[in-house]
Write a protein that binds this ligand. Structure first.
Ligand SMILES: [Zn+2]
Length: 448
């Protein structure tokens, strides 16, 4: 049945930056039919269509998180204060002991939290990524899903030695390609497959070339962590410069989503810009690691940038605020990265970064009805003198009242409808406890 959301402030994030107040959005099935001035849109709505009175609310596109590891909620409270050490001290060792049911429970919690806070699309790359597909489909969120590959011997890696392993490579390639092929287009097209690898220090040339070939064959994007302080390690292991190694094996280009890029130089910025490589910028993670990606320079050079949560965090409004703050600190200029630009990186920019700007990221006719309604009558949000600035500087995930994906209401009055939230939290808490128990049993010395 068609649905009319009326008498709201509609922040479209279209090319012209249109805001309609009072505004309305008319939806039919999975798509947006029209957005504009409230009475005018209402006059064209079919008789008897479901109508939502959205006075006091802002309607904006759902957030798009261009980079996530959903099951890494397990590291909450453990990884934030140990600098760049988590990958070797926590993430890789945990991947050796974490059970699939534990990852499923912790990742499902993250999906629920993101949806509840207005995130309607997530680009998910993780070990054992297959385990989350059923919950992602059931939850109603839109997702790109990739197995995060590597081909090193993990036992030796945690002792500080990098040894590539052909058997591991074959197993990971089979799983990654199988997953991308199977889930691509699933859940009425809400789920897409992607091909991903963790980083260049844990990927051999053979692995990178095989992943590139698979992405070409399947017509799906590639993604990799890049520019995270691994430059010396890559030179030592592969005997090449970081970006030279990436480029020579097909990991720069218009279908590549590079993640982080917080330790890059001018030549690297040139390489990203000239190849059309896109960037998933994760400012919350950057700020806690003490390094900030040169996003202003990258945007000036025409690089497509979208925001991503990465790990542990779930409030996308915190991420948008962080994007503003770190850009200003990096530039030493309190006026760069204005609120509308940051909000664009969280919506249409991130949709572009993951290659889905023709379907999502703004409220425009023909696009998927992926929307969030924020209740602006909550404490901390009054008066709303400028809808975009009030949202960016003052709103929180908890202020999101309703969320729709593909026209389906998934959150209503702050309640996530498709899942039992209490059961989910309990299951995730117990999965966290058992995963850490096993971790400490095996890697006591590596524990943070
Ligand atoms: Zn990451």
């Amino acid at each position: 049945m068609p649905m009319l959301i009326r008498d709201a402030t509609v922040v479209t994030m279209d090319e012209a930056g249109s805001v309609h107040a009072p505004g309305a959005v008319l939806i039919d099935g999975t798509r947006i039919v029209e957005a504009g001035e409230s009475d005018a849109v209402a006059s064209r709505a079919p008789a008897g269509c479901e109508t939502i009175d959205a006075r006091g609310r802002i309607v904006l596109p759902g957030f798009v998180s261009a980079h996530n590891h959903l099951g890494y909620t397990v590291f909450r409270g453990r990884a934030e204060d140990i600098g760049h050490a988590p990958t070797h001290r926590l993430y890789l060792p945990m991947s050796m002991v974490m059970r699939r049911d534990e990852r499923e429970a912790l990742g499902s919690l993250a999906v629920a939290e993101l949806l509840r806070g207005g995130v309607t699309t997530v680009f998910q790359m993780e070990e054992d990524a297959e385990v989350l597909v059923p919950f992602i489909e059931r939850s109603g969120i839109r997702a790109s899903i990739g197995l995060m590959t590597h081909d090193v011997d993990l036992d030796r890696l945690i002792d500080g030695e990098t040894v590539f392993d052909a058997g591991e490579r074959r197993r990971q390639l089979d799983r990654a390609i199988g997953l991308a092929r199977e889930c691509h287009g699933a859940a009425e097209g809400r789920v897409s497959g992607v091909i991903t690898t963790n980083g260049l220090a844990t990927s051999s040339p053979e692995l990178l070339r095989a992943l590139r070939a698979a992405a070409d064959r399947l017509g799906v994007p590639l993604s990799v962590h890049l520019g995270t302080g691994e430059r010396d390690m890559v030179r030592q292991i592969h005997g090449r410069g970081l970006f030279e190694y990436a480029q020579s094996h097909g990991f720069l280009g218009e279908d590549v989503l590079a993640v982080h890029c917080y330790t890059i130089d001018d030549a690297d910025i040139d390489a990203l810009a000239s190849t059309g490589t896109r960037l998933a910028h994760c400012p919350l993670m950057n700020q806690f690691r003490g390094s900030i990606a040169p996003v202003g320079d990258l945007l000036d050079r025409g690089v497509t940038v979208g925001l991503g949560i990465d790990n542990y965090f779930s409030d996308f409004f915190d991420l948008v605020r962080s994007c503003v703050a770190v850009a200003r600190i990096r530039a030493g200029d309190p006026e760069v990265m204005q609120a509308p630009e940051a909000l664009a990186l969280a919506t249409i920019g991130a949709a572009r970064a993951i290659g889905q700007e023709d379907r999502i990221g703004s409220i425009e006719p023909g696009k998927q009805a992926d929307l969030q309604l924020v209740d602006m009558r909550r404490y901390g949000l009054t008066p709303v003198t400028d809808p975009i600035r009030t949202l960016v500087y003052h709103a929180h995930a908890k202020d999101v009242e309703s969320v729709l994906v593909a026209g389906r209401v998934l959150v209503r009055d702050g309640v996530l409808l498709p899942v039992d939230e209490d059961e989910l939290v309990e299951r995730a808490a117990s999965a966290g406890a058992t995963a850490w128990e096993r971790f400490h049993g095996r890697f006591g010395a590596h524990s943070a």
